[in-house]
Design a protein around this ligand. Sequence first.
Ligand SMILES: [Zn+2]
Length: 209
Amino acid sequence: MSLREQLCEYGRRAVELGLVIGTSGNLSVREGDLVTVTPSGAALDRLTPEMCPVVDLTTGRRVAGETRPSSETPMHLAIYQTTDARAIVHTHSVFGTVVATTMTELPPVHYNALMLGGVVKVAEYATYGTPELAANVRAALEGGKRAALMANHGGVTIGATLEEAFEATRLLEWLCEVYVRGLSVGKPTILTEEQLAAVVERALNPPPL
Ligand SMILES: [Zn+2]
């Protein structure tokens, strides 16, 4: 599947799973110094490969395609420039946005949070599409994190492939849902550093068969 076809495929899945509605959300994939991104103002379940423009990683200039790149392209480029990400998924998923409008971080209530780097930080609010928002998200991803939430906005995840970034978005939404639902039942217990370290240890040294 070409990179553009991948954007169409995962765009469709994001809508199907209810992670985005309308024309919200955007995805991109990096190859070398080029970034293929979803277009501005298009529903992610109605994309065609030729609708996805290609931009230069450093200048942000469009080098292929006829459509305007997503308004959030500056954030995607900022993340590529400072992390090892090869793909990025940004959505306005419900539970992610609930956490992003009410808290400053998503604490690790489940050990799967380690797959996103443990605590997920909420990047400070800034207007969508601005360099300020890009810088805030970049700061929230520091320390090798695979996910960040964006205050009063949504979430963003990164991966080595689009599939990985997309699965990270699904996991982020699941973790946010567990936490939010947990808060409505009682006081969710947050895993300690020690408990999380034990999970890492276990994963690195599985018991022999
Ligand atoms: Zn957005």
